[in-house]
Design a binder for this molecule. Structure first.
Ligand SMILES: *[C@@H]1O[C@H](CO)[C@@H](O)[C@H](O)[C@H]1NC(C)=O
Ligand SMILES: *[C@@H]1O[C@H](CO)[C@@H](O)[C@H](O)[C@H]1NC(C)=O
Ligand SMILES: *[C@@H]1O[C@H](CO)[C@@H](O)[C@H](O)[C@H]1NC(C)=O
Ligand SMILES: *[C@@H]1O[C@H](CO)[C@@H](O)[C@H](O)[C@H]1NC(C)=O
Ligand SMILES: *[C@@H]1O[C@H](CO)[C@@H](O)[C@H](O)[C@H]1NC(C)=O
Ligand SMILES: *[C@@H]1O[C@H](CO)[C@@H](O)[C@H](O)[C@H]1NC(C)=O
Ligand SMILES: *[C@@H]1O[C@H](CO)[C@@H](O)[C@H](O)[C@H]1NC(C)=O
Ligand SMILES: *[C@@H]1O[C@H](CO)[C@@H](O)[C@H](O)[C@H]1NC(C)=O
Ligand SMILES: *[C@@H]1O[C@H](CO)[C@@H](O)[C@H](O)[C@H]1NC(C)=O
Ligand SMILES: *[C@@H]1O[C@H](CO)[C@@H](O)[C@H](O)[C@H]1NC(C)=O
Ligand SMILES: *[C@@H]1O[C@H](CO)[C@@H](O)[C@H](O)[C@H]1NC(C)=O
Ligand SMILES: *[C@@H]1O[C@H](CO)[C@@H](O)[C@H](O)[C@H]1NC(C)=O
Ligand SMILES: [Cu+2]
Length: 820
């Protein structure tokens, strides 16, 4: 058992005890999504305690990877708990900030919400790598909620250097903002009051609600309805805030399917200002009919004008348990053998068989010809740095920037929903991975931490690293004399975030490395869809259950890929295959219809907003034009969609996202990398989407892309029109997209020839096999106790959350609270 130290056991107990009274943290998890999440978690833990019955589980694999020795300390690492405490204490010492401890703060105080690492500027890092500068100073970024005013705002600061000394300072992090200011107006500061307000609205029409949708939403434990709505909020005029709300049925079982239970009744609020007495209900919507006041809605109900619609009620259909056999129409189950264990992968030779090295403290990894560092942030989760192949850096930085889930519908809540998920954060929801399911039992697991509301939370085993056999060869050739084959073994860095509340999906991020020198970024989604009530909205999705529409939406996830080919002086080559009609010296004057390769470079940022070409005829490569290979072709790495084809947002000029969507208009972007443009989006944009801290559109100012530090930004995702197969959950198998970054004239041959897991069998029709060459490969041998591949389910832990102010480094794990 790896995690049985005494403090850990103690903190787990505390987590359970505090769930009942957990207050809704304000900013790291704002809005009703979080309220729902806490409620559900509480139910879950009750069920767990009462339903505990041990069934058979295995032991899990005990192997740990050999230790790597990172050449540099990980300068991109997330803040340690001590560093977070240091930064928080420093900020509390600044009288001008007038901070209240987060644990005691209300929406009307100033308090620290998130602290994280401010990644060092690439310019400084490369100078350090080159031995021309000392190690870059380490800085934090801190988000502070300014609530003591009628016009509350939220602001990000640069703090450091850390550790804090007398020379450390704090300053608004304006240099990384395209509007020149890290200040964001906060129009949702009083979300908790909005929720209260909604309960009062609901109570004022309880008789109608009972009649139409049969339930209550009062904020109490006996509620069977929940109320929440659009995200982000609307501003019909710059000074006005409005939002649409709807009713959702709260499941009574353990299953989180609330987002499958929309009830089809909507109301609109004017939540302008901070005083609820100035708020108002602007209207109601039911059965596609709008009522411009509560009185008008009531009058229509009393007049018997409101139709009774099909009800959408909870049932076994929202559960994810085994439902077989033969739950569906048709013949006998084809899954007659599904109780038998499926094939499993094991590392031959157990621990000694592990073929990669990890420096756990520095999150540094070596696998075959690749080395890289792993970084992690609250906003966007996993991020890889300094990916080297055969010792040369090929990617400086690779990671998620933002994830949009943009809905549409004939109802205002679906129409008004366009989640910007970095606002909720990928770090807070990167829960422990289940060995044997999320990752093989023999995987290496790493922890991640994030720091929000002055609490440091560690998610144990939330990143995994493993090698696996892809199940198909990377190379094969045969004729009537010989067969030549090479195994396709890949290495994966994986984390999963279940973003948002108890409705949301698990988004799985894989960075997969292959023996041919390629890297694939893969995104997969599974989980409960956010659905719509089915009424006159066949143009916005399919009816998938009684009273239920699978509300159509786009998932659009932007990634940054800062590719460096033999230095930072790079160009974006465009090699396009075009149809031609040509005559040739040998064609006797006749024309021939054919095709040829056209070569050019993407000249400047003006041409840097790119769609994947029709019929995939354009190949795009980051090359170093000054570093041709021995045949004169520039060496480079190509970027091309893998699974799913790449994508961008279907909605143009989204009425929901305004100036916060400019990174989702195209499939791919190329810009000149600048220290002042490290991020294409910002987690705080969602507070005021019309005036984002970062508007990606401002990155494009026509600069040349030839032999400069080119950075690519690409979108992955899916157009998701849920069908009956999305019930109860969307499945990873169809909901996935990927991007391939692969060598292109980079080496002089396919590097997978340099793996020994290659076999050649020479044979003869008559004499049979004559020679077998195995090139020094070793083969698995001995016995494996397969019980090791069955995880110990009872070792699953969850997270550790530790309050950091006031901070007692002698007892770093005191005052544990649950925040998710
Ligand atoms: C919150 O306020 C109480 C009472 O003033 C105080 O004892 C406690 O230390 C405060 N908590 C924090 C985290 O500052
Ligand atoms: C400091 O914050 C408190 C609330 O936490 C507020 O009452 C007080 O007015 C603020 N002081 C100043 C000078 O803004
Ligand atoms: C900071 O300055 C104070 C006096 O101004 C001094 O006592 C203290 O030692 C200094 N601390 C550090 C870390 O330099
Ligand atoms: C209304 O809900 C209650 C409690 O869930 C249930 O017992 C009752 O049957 C429902 N009534 C109708 C008309 O569906
Ligand atoms: C919302 O309330 C504000 C403040 O009371 C008012 O100025 C505005 O006109 C209202 N907007 C609507 C659409 O009712
Ligand atoms: C609501 O609609 C009615 C009838 O169309 C109209 O007379 C009334 O002025 C409207 N009220 C508001 C508040 O818009
Ligand atoms: C289902 O299996 C039973 C027993 O093997 C067989 O008698 C029956 O015909 C099968 N039904 C169908 C629809 O295939
Ligand atoms: C992801 O989560 C959203 C929740 O808003 C859901 O609507 C969507 O269908 C999910 N996507 C997948 C692929 O599961
Ligand atoms: C690439 O070049 C072709 C012509 O060969 C052109 O049609 C296409 O627009 C170019 N694509 C990009 C992304 O520059
Ligand atoms: C990083 O670069 C920006 C933009 O040039 C600059 O304003 C900032 O001070 C730099 N940060 C550090 C820590 O040097
Ligand atoms: C395999 O391992 C399990 C769990 O450690 C043990 O109970 C079992 O006896 C082992 N089986 C063999 C054949 O060694
Ligand atoms: C804090 O935790 C330590 C153990 O880590 C314990 O000895 C100490 O009593 C705790 N203090 C409080 C105030 O709970
Ligand atoms: Cu979806």
């Amino acid at each position: 058992m790896r995690f049985s130290s005494p403090w850990f056991v103690a903190s787990v107990a505390l987590v359970c005890a505090t769930l009942a009274s957990a207050k809704v943290p304000r900013v790291a998890y704002p809005k009703s999504k979080q309220a729902a999440r806490i409620r559900n978690k509480f139910k879950h833990s009750l069920a767990h305690r009462h339903g505990a019955e041990r069934s058979f589980t295995g032991t899990g694999w005990q192997a740990s990877a050999p230790v790597a020795d990172a050449p540099f300390t990980n300068i991109w690492a997330g803040l340690s708990d001590d560093e977070a405490a240091d930064v928080i204490a420093f900020l509390h010492n600044q009288p001008a900030l007038n901070l209240t401890a987060a644990g005691n703060s209300t929406a009307w105080d100033n308090s620290i919400t998130v602290v994280d690492t401010l990644l060092p500027n690439k310019t400084d890092v490369l100078a350090y790598f080159a031995g021309k500068a000392s190690k870059p100073d380490r800085y934090a970024r801190a988000t502070i909620w300014f609530g003591t005013t009628e016009n509350p705002w939220i602001q990000e600061f640069q703090v450091g250097p850390i550790p804090i000394t007398n020379s450390s300072t704090y300053a608004s992090l304006d240099w990384a903002s395209t509007k020149g200011s890290a200040v964001q107006r906060n129009y949702i500061a009083d979300d908790a009051l909005v929720t209260e307000y909604c309960y009062n609205v609901s109570a004022s029409v309880q008789d109608i609600i009972t009649d139409l949708i049969n339930g209550t939403a009062m904020g109490g434990a006996s509620d069977d309805l929940d109320i929440w709505g659009i995200d982000p909020v609307w501003h019909p005029t710059p000074e006005t805030t409005t939002q649409w709300m709807t009713f959702w049925r709260i499941p009574s079982s353990i299953f989180d399917g609330e987002t499958l239970l929309p009830q089809g009744l909507y109301f609109e609020l004017n939540t302008t200002g901070r005083d609820p007495s100035g708020w108002a209900v602007l209207g109601w919507l039911y059965a596609d009919t709008y009522y411009n006041s509560t009185n008008a809605f009531r009058a229509a109900w009393e007049a018997g004008e409101l139709p009774k619609l099909e009800s959408n009620v909870e049932g076994d259909w929202i559960g994810t348990d085994y439902m077989g056999p033969n739950t569906d129409v048709g013949a006998n189950s084809t899954m007659w053998a599904s109780e038998k264990p499926p094939p499993v992968q094991v590392p031959p030779g157990g621990e000694d068989g592990i073929r990669y090295k990890v420096d756990v403290e520095n999150k540094y990894v070596e696998w075959m010809d690749f080395t890289f560092y792993i970084s992690y942030s609250r906003d966007t989760g996993l991020r890889l740095f300094d990916i080297r192949y055969r010792g040369e850096r090929i990617v400086y930085e690779l990671g998620l920037e933002e994830a949009i889930a943009h809905y549409a519908g004939n109802d205002p809540v679906q129409s008004g929903t366009a989640y910007l998920d970095s606002f909720y954060g990928f770090g807070p929801y990167a829960f422990q991975l289940l060995a044997g399911y999320d990752c093989p039992t023999y995987a290496t697991f790493l922890n991640t931490s994030f720091h929000a509301d002055e609490v440091s939370t560690t998610h144990l085993n939330s990143i995994c690293l493993f090698e696996y056999d892809t199940g198909y060869l990377i190379q094969r050739h045969s004729n009537d004399r010989y067969l030549a084959v090479t195994k396709n073994i890949a290495f994966v860095v994986r984390s999963v975030s279940t973003v948002g509340n108890y409705d949301y999906n698990s988004t799985q991020f894989d960075y997969t490395f292959y023996l041919d020198g390629s890297i694939e970024v893969i995104v997969r989604a599974s989980g409960y869809i956010q659905s719509a009530y089915y009424y006159a909205n066949g143009n916005y999705g399919y009816q998938i259950h009684s009273g239920l529409s699978g509300s159509m939406h786009d998932h659009c996830l932007l990634f940054k890929a800062d590719i460096d080919i033999l230095g930072t002086s790079n160009s974006l080559a465009n090699h396009t295959i075009v149809p031609v009609t040509e005559t040739y010296p040998w064609s006797h004057g006749a024309t021939r219809n054919s095709m040829r390769l056209e070569r050019s470079y993407v000249a400047s940022e003006d041409a840097g907003k790119i769609m994947w070409s029709e019929n995939a005829q354009t190949m795009l490569m980051v090359v170093n034009a000054d570093e041709p290979n021995s045949f004169g072709e520039p060496r480079g790495y190509r970027i091309a969609p893998g699974k799913g084809g790449g994508m961008h947002l279907t909605v143009t000029n989204s009425s929901n996202l305004l100036n916060s969507q400019s990174f989702a208009t195209h499939d791919l972007y190329a810009t000149v990398r600048k220290d002042a443009e490290p991020r294409a989006a910002h987690a705080l944009n969602n507070y005021d989407v019309a005036n984002p801290i970062i508007d990606f559109a401002d990155f494009f100012d026509g600069e040349t892309l030839e032999q400069t530090d080119v950075v690519l930004w690409f979108n992955l995702g899916m157009h998701h029109v849920p069908h009956t197969g999305d019930l109860p959950n969307t499945v990873f198998s169809t909901a996935q997209g990927s991007m391939l970054i692969s060598p292109h004239n980079y080496l002089l041959h396919d590097p997978s020839r340099d793996t020994r897991q290659t076999v050649r069998i020479d044979y003869d029709d008559t004499k049979g096999v004559e020679t077998v060459k195995t090139f020094g490969a070793e083969f698995s041998k001995g016995a494996t106790n397969l019980t090791n591949t069955v995880p110990d389910f009872w070792a699953y832990r969850g997270d550790i959350a530790v309050r950091k102010f006031p901070y007692d480094p002698q007892h770093p794990f005191n005052n544990t609270v649950s925040i998710v």
